[in-house]
Design a protein around this ligand. Structure first.
Ligand code: HEM
Length: 112
């Protein structure tokens, strides 16, 4: 079980890197577009996050309900803004994904 939890944490970090990496790459290219990899990374964060809650509960490890609710809300908002960004490509969607991803990371790290 512990190995599976660590694999899920690993995948959660891969999704996190893809989300941030996709954003920074677009900044570097100065195209400022939300691509499919960012949408996939956002969905991956949601799925791996939900599985992490499940495995931590199964292993009798602590899970903060309010923190998880805020993270789930932010991840859902990222998915919706990213999908809107791939369809109509407004600049606010690109910067919105970046800001929400930064906020979700701050919540993950500073909320204890
Ligand atoms: C863009 C969205 C997200 C980002 C950037 C993100 C980022 C992170 C980071 C950096 C950590 C490690 C920090 C730490 O453990 O102190 C973490 C852990 C965790 N995240 Fe997320 N997360 C996101 C979405 C979610 C969602 C939607 C859920 C669940 C609804 C979730 C559930 C968890 C759980 C349960 C852990 C603890 C893992 C463990 O140590 O067992 N995350 N997240």
């Amino acid at each position: 079980m512990e190995t599976l939890r660590l694999v899920l944490v690993f995948l959660h970090f891969v999704g996190f890197s893809a989300l941030l990496g996709g954003f920074l790459r677009e900044m570097r290219l100065r195209t400022m577009l939300v691509g499919a990899p960012v949408v996939i990374a956002a969905v991956a964060q949601f799925v791996t996050g939900a599985l992490l809650i499940w495995i931590r509960t199964t292993m009798d490890m602590s899970v903060s309900g309010p923190k998880m609710a805020v993270k789930a809300g932010l991840a859902l908002a990222i998915v919706l803004v990213a999908v809107a960004g791939t369809r109509v490509r407004p600049p606010w969607a690109f910067y919105g994904v970046g800001a929400l991803a930064a906020l979700a990371t701050a919540v993950a790290v500073f909320w204890n």
